[in-house]
Design a protein around this ligand. Sequence first.
Ligand SMILES: [Zn+2]
Length: 102
Amino acid sequence: MTLPPPDSYACYKERIRCLCALHDCSITSGIRTKKRSGLVGSTSSLSKHKGEMGGWADDLVADDMSDGKRKKLVRDAKTLGLYVEDEGDHVHVQGLPPGPLK
Ligand SMILES: [Zn+2]
């Protein structure tokens, strides 16, 4: 079963908390300023890390970042109705679809 996307920020953050608990993850980046986004190499004006986009994105690093563990983290994030990208050294998770806010 896959959950629908989160319908509130509180719901989104609760799902992130569950993922962190299930997979021994730390949040290494959450809400970012424009300046900080530039410093970490983000080129997207639509990044959900940005405060003006609501801060609906988090970067997760598990204590075990082996391929198999990352795959399970990605699978569970999708099951929780989240949008997810495996970036190798971290897993990017967001509660809103990519692209402009509607
Ligand atoms: Zn990210």
